[in-house]
Design a protein around this ligand. Sequence first.
Ligand SMILES: Nc1ncnc2c1ncn2[C@@H]1O[C@H](COP(=O)(O)OP(=O)(O)OP(=O)(O)O)[C@@H](O)[C@H]1O
Ligand SMILES: [Mg+2]
Length: 193
Amino acid sequence: MSGTPTSPPPVALDHVSVWYGAERALSNVSLTVGGGEVMAVIGPSGCGKSTLLRVINRLVERTPGVRVAGRLTVGSEDVLGRAMSLEALRRRVGMVFQQPNPFPFSIYDNVAYGLKIHGERDAARLRARVQTALREAGLWDEVRGKLGRPARALSGGQQQRLCIARALAVEGPAAAALHRPGSGRGARGPFDG
Ligand SMILES: Nc1ncnc2c1ncn2[C@@H]1O[C@H](COP(=O)(O)OP(=O)(O)OP(=O)(O)O)[C@@H](O)[C@H]1O
Ligand SMILES: [Mg+2]
C-alpha cells in the first residue's frame, strides 16, 4: 500500500430495482457517478435514498426477503454478479451511517482498523495514512496530539467525521456512501429538509 490515493473508478447503475418483499423501493434507477465526482441524493422520506446507498455495497442483501435486479458496476467490476467478493467490494465501497458508530477503540485505532485487517503492518505507513484520512475528513486539527483517546469521547460531529476518516483510510476507496454527512456537525445537510 502506498500513501497516494488512486483515482476512483465510476459507479454506474443500469435499471437497478430493489424490492422488500412485495414492496418496490427502487424502480429502474440508472445513473453514473464519475470517478472523483460527488453526488447528493435528495428526496422525501421513504423514497429510497438509503436503499440506493445500501445496494451499492450490497448491504441491502442483509434484509430478509429483499430482491435486487439490474446491473451495477464499480469500474469494470460487476457488483451484483455472483463472482463479486463482498470483502473486496466493501474494501472499495465504504459506508458512513447517519448515526456515528465508532468502534470502542482509540481515535487512532478506529482509523487504522481497516488498513490493519487488510494486512498493513508498517507503523510509519499506518501513521501517515491515518493522518491523511483525518485531514481529508476535516478532523485532524481537533485530534492531533490525542489520537490515543477513546473515539467515543469525541463529540457527535467529531465522531461522524471520524467515521468518514475510517471509510477513507482504506486504500483507494472507490466510493464512500454517506448518510447525511453534515447532520452531526450542527449544519443542515442536503438530506435534512
Ligand atoms: N428493511 C426494510 N424492510 C421493508 N421495507 C423497507 C426496509 N427498508 C426500507 N423499506 C421501505 O423501502 C422504501 C425506501 O426506504 P429507504 O429507507 O430507502 O428510504 P429513504 O429515502 O432513505 O427515507 P428517509 O429519508 O426516511 O431515510 C420505504 O417505503 C421503506 O418503507
Ligand atoms: Mg434513509
